[in-house]
Design a protein around this ligand. Sequence first.
Ligand SMILES: Cc1cc2nc3c(=O)[nH]c(=O)nc-3n(C[C@H](O)[C@H](O)[C@H](O)COP(=O)(O)OP(=O)(O)OC[C@H]3O[C@@H](n4cnc5c(N)ncnc54)[C@H](O)[C@@H]3O)c2cc1C
Length: 269
Amino acid sequence: MAEKLIIAEKSAQAAALKNGDSAFLAGGTEINRLDSSIDVSTLISIGRIAELDGITEIEEEGRSYVRIGSMCTFQDIIDYPTVPGYLKDACRFMASRTKRNMATIGGNIALRRTDSYLYPTLIACHAKLEFIDGNGEADKRCVNCYLKRYDELKDKLIVAVLVPVDIEVVSKRYSNTAQSHAVLTISMGFRDGKINLGVAAKSTALVNLKEISEALEKKSLSDAEILKMVSENKELDFKQDIFGSPEYKRYLLSVTIADLAKKVKGGKR
Ligand SMILES: Cc1cc2nc3c(=O)[nH]c(=O)nc-3n(C[C@H](O)[C@H](O)[C@H](O)COP(=O)(O)OP(=O)(O)OC[C@H]3O[C@@H](n4cnc5c(N)ncnc54)[C@H](O)[C@@H]3O)c2cc1C
């Protein structure tokens, strides 16, 4: 249980205070919940930092993005007119409006849950993250880099999330009820003939299925061909649990990938 609360006024100040025994207090939906996964002595409240708020449209390297401050809640994102529909769809996976009014995009990304509402979509659309570190230095990385280099980046403050507007993303989430944890959430991004697959596999991994994406760009694959590639993927080491057997999960993932590919390639959104 945290014993100290520091209210930061600037992002550089918050980042400078962060260490292994502190956490950024954003929406507090994870930090303050019963049996929270976060046990630190100091909380750094980032709710008053103006730089972390707001949604704007920007141009970068010839592409249009929506830039979302890390303190924006899921509901802020749904309510903002120019946020791409695919990200609003992902935010709606959080079925509780009460939670959507509190939980922030930055907090959700930092948690890296394998049943993440947002990661499959953020991977599929090639989202970028803006950071600031303890020395006040700004940095920008793709969401995949954040996952791969988490140990190096974990104490940085996520300042904003950039999502492109010129990409199509379709998603499918499997859970018993809208409020239940998802066994699989799968998103497929499609732009200029390029496919990008993001998968959140509960208790298994958050992955970018590059090989399958590239194979699908070249030709249509049968369910069996996709199943073979899914089975050979070392990151997708599915285990038997209350959601089903590894075989079932591989099958579900494979047929869903085939279905999403038909949707994006055939324009049947
Ligand atoms: C009952 C319940 C069920 C849930 N089910 C799901 C689910 O199925 N899928 C899913 O994806 N999520 C789920 N969540 C998690 C929920 O989405 C997160 O609690 C929420 O998104 C975290 O956001 P927050 O702003 O409340 O973060 P906080 O609780 O304030 O912080 C969480 C963590 O994020 C870090 N953090 C916060 N902001 C930043 C930042 N800007 N930069 C760097 N690090 C930061 C903090 O240091 C802390 O470690 C569930 C939560 C609850 C309570």
